[in-house]
Design a protein around this ligand. Structure first.
Ligand SMILES: [Zn+2]
Length: 292
């Protein structure tokens, strides 16, 4: 397909925006769990003091006085505290220019930062190319950001923050209400089906084996996809998630990145499977049904 000049310009602009947003997502991925841990620590210690289980003086909690959110403090090297200057913070290019090291203490910077920026740029560009200058593109860009953030937070901490899963869910409901996706009735049935299906699997598995195979965040994430897709495509989604799970686990074990017995959280597979289903469900359904 030949790109018209206008669509090309739009795709390029959105892709460039994606690189910048990807840089912000790196901050989100790092800081949201830290913000949650700070909040939990504060709440837990307040509770213990209020109930009289411990005295305030006996409780030593790490210093939490300074503001810490998605905006402050400025990004700094975790080793030498070197403040990242604006020209050291240009997506992908700065990483290449700094040769992947802190400009001050030469500590290596994780390759994940430029990769998240690259991924976000590609996803943004593709969304713009595929859906054009439409409201749906806007909704899908926000959803993609949430999914990228959730994927890496879950890999790091085995945690899917409510603030992100619920936002994805509400976004799906609003997109349906605005007439951009599926009828509202289907969105609501999809939400319930998504939540309850994994909830049942979780309890079934727990009663049988006494182990927890996944967490409540996974149910909420599948509920969010139900709001976007309705219940039927969720079957394709689970298939895609399981398939990518098997492929990635085998690859990681074969390359010894993952040791035997170690587990990967289910959230990233749901996010990847869901994203693929959302963007390519027609192709996937045709593919699954092809032999019949
Ligand atoms: Zn440094």
């Amino acid at each position: 397909m030949v790109l018209s000049g206008e669509l090309f310009l739009f795709t390029l602009t959105v892709a460039l925006l994606g690189f910048l947003i990807g840089s912000f997502l790196n901050v989100v991925i790092h800081r949201i769990p830290m913000m949650m841990f700070r909040e939990w620590t504060t709440e837990a210690s307040q509770f213990l003091i209020e109930k009289g289980y411990v005295s305030e003086s006996a409780l030593t909690i790490p210093e939490q006085k300074n503001a810490y959110n998605l905006v402050v403090p400025n990004s700094a090297c975790p080793v030498c505290n070197h403040q990242i200057r604006w020209y050291e913070n240009i997506p992908i290019l700065s990483y290449l220019w700094l040769r992947g090291k802190c400009s001050d203490c030469k500590t290596p910077i994780s390759i994940r930062y430029p990769l998240v920026e690259l991924l976000t740029g590609i996803v943004f560009g593709y969304t713009a190319y595929r859906f054009g200058l439409t409201p749906l593109t806007g909704f899908l860009l926000v959803l993609s950001c949430l999914l990228i953030a959730m994927t890496f937070i879950d890999i790091d901490h085995k945690l899917l923050p409510d603030s992100l899963t619920y936002m994805a869910l509400w976004l799906g409901i609003v997109a349906s209400l605005a007439g951009l996706t599926i009828p509202l009735e289907q969105a609501i049935i999809g939400t319930m089906a998504g939540y309850l299906s994994l909830w049942s699997v979780y309890w079934g598995f727990k009663l049988l084996t006494g182990k927890e195979g996944m967490g409540y965040g996974d149910f909420k994430l599948l509920a969010a996809f139900g709001a976007w897709l309705g219940w039927e495509p969720l079957i394709v989604l689970i298939l895609m998630a399981s398939l990518s799970g098997v492929i990635l686990s085998v690859t990681l074990m074969a390359t010894k990145v993952l040791k035997r017995g170690e587990s990967i959280p289910f959230g990233p597979y749901l996010a990847i499977g869901g994203w693929i289903t959302l963007y390519f469900q027609d192709t996937l359904v045709a593919w699954v049904l092809a032999p019949y």
